[in-house]
Design a protein around this ligand. Structure first.
Ligand SMILES: [Zn+2]
Length: 384
């Protein structure tokens, strides 16, 4: 009996200690800023290949050294295999929707019927007085690509770049538009605005934005201009220059900022996809070196896809080869895949990134980092 009651006491104490840990961690430090790195398609198999491609060894990416790591289910409200619209909506709003939809509920029917408007992490940030920004290397849709757009736009069709662009400038919520937007995609997006009978240059001006179509010119726009759009036709736009410029401008807000950085690491070319992972990983490494004390930096993917190194009997997979040669042993099938994707984080709030989670949980991790939402439930394996 005594042994049993002692055991009960011991287990209760353990349980209490576990339940107070997240609260202690939360009060210890809150994030002033949050930066989300969205690596399109960056599942585990892509990270494995990118590390070998970039460094000739496994687990050499910066993100593979981060203290917070979780594996996130990416299924949608209605499908086992997600697209970027539903995947990013879950992360941006904490609610699963259907493929093709942007931050509207699953009652939406693509291109036919609106669902309920889902409040996004960026909209919460706006209400708390923070600045907002998006940087993307998407070659066609730019910052109106679903992975960044889900944070600031609500549309029953992720392809409606013109409408998404206008919502970026003037949200239907009445909250201010995005402060900083930097990406390629100028011709395609502006053509869609024009097709709606509108003039993108006039609209940007009317909403107080400085605009340029060149990343070199962006640097010349006075840093005191905090509402800035750079959209270019230069597909080689340097992502790092864009991220540095966005952070410099957004940092002028003493209340903090939220920023989403997108890299298209899901292309039909293995070399391009893997190079982009290494590139964005290096950007995150540098940003973390300067900002990890007061900024939650989190990398995740909308979905994985079938890029992987295969073939135990192949000479191409011998370790003695130069890492870059692994490209010849990479198998790539373009379809999205259903398995979990990694979520990796550093900075205040990253202690909540652990275990097998839903992609909707990423939203709560983002919301809890600055203290906008409390971790309410303690369950085995972590909070919520
Ligand atoms: Zn994707």
């Amino acid at each position: 009996m005594i042994v049993r009651s002692f055991l009960t006491y011991f287990l209760l104490t353990l349980g209490l200690a576990a339940s107070t840990l997240p609260a202690m961690a939360q009060s210890a430090s809150l994030a002033k800023n949050v930066i989300i790195f969205m690596g399109d398609g960056t599942g585990l198999s892509s990270l494995n290949a990118a590390s070998i491609y970039g460094y000739n060894k496994p687990q050499a990416l910066f993100i593979q050294s981060l203290p917070g790591i979780a594996l996130s289910d990416t299924s949608t409200a209605t499908q086992w295999v997600t697209d970027g619209g539903a995947g990013a909506t879950a992360i941006a709003t904490g609610v699963k929707t259907s493929n093709g939809i942007l931050s509207q509920s699953a009652s939406a029917i693509k291109d036919q019927q609106d669902g309920e408007i889902l409040k996004t992490f960026f909209e919460h940030a706006r209400e708390h007085g923070l600045s907002t920004g998006a940087v993307s290397n998407d070659d066609r849709q730019g910052v109106t690509n679903a992975l960044t757009a889900a944070f600031f736009a609500h549309n029953n069709n992720r392809g409606k770049s013109g409408e998404i662009f206008e919502e970026m400038l003037a949200p239907k919520s009445g909250l201010p538009g995005l402060d900083v937007a930097i990406s390629p995609g100028r011709s395609d997006v502006f053509a869609q605005v024009k097709a709606m009978g509108h003039d993108s240059l006039a609209e940007m001006k009317a909403h107080g934005y400085a605009f340029t179509d060149s990343i070199t010119e962006l640097k010349k726009i006075d840093q005191s201009r905090t509402k800035v759009i750079m959209m270019t036709d230069d597909l080689q736009m340097d992502l790092k220059t864009g991220v540095d410029d966005a952070i410099a401008r957004l940092s002028r807000n003493p209340k903090g900022f939220v920023l989403v950085v997108f890299s298209d690491c899901h292309t039909g070319k293995a070399r391009t996809s893997l190079s982009r992972i290494v590139e964005m990983d290096n950007i995150m490494r540098e940003v973390a070196a300067n900002h990890k004390q007061d900024t939650l930096l989190l990398w995740t993917a909308d979905h994985s896809y079938d890029l992987r190194i295969k073939g135990e009997g192949l000479t191409e997979t011998l370790k003695k080869n130069e890492g870059k040669k692994i490209i010849s042993a990479v198998s790539l099938e373009d379809e999205h895949t259903a398995e979990e994707v990694p979520v990796m984080a550093i900075g205040p709030g990253s202690e909540r990134v652990h275990g097998f989670i839903s992609n909707t949980e990423v939203f709560h991790i983002l919301m809890q980092a600055p203290g906008w939402e409390q971790a309410t439930t303690v369950v085995a394996g972590g909070t919520r």
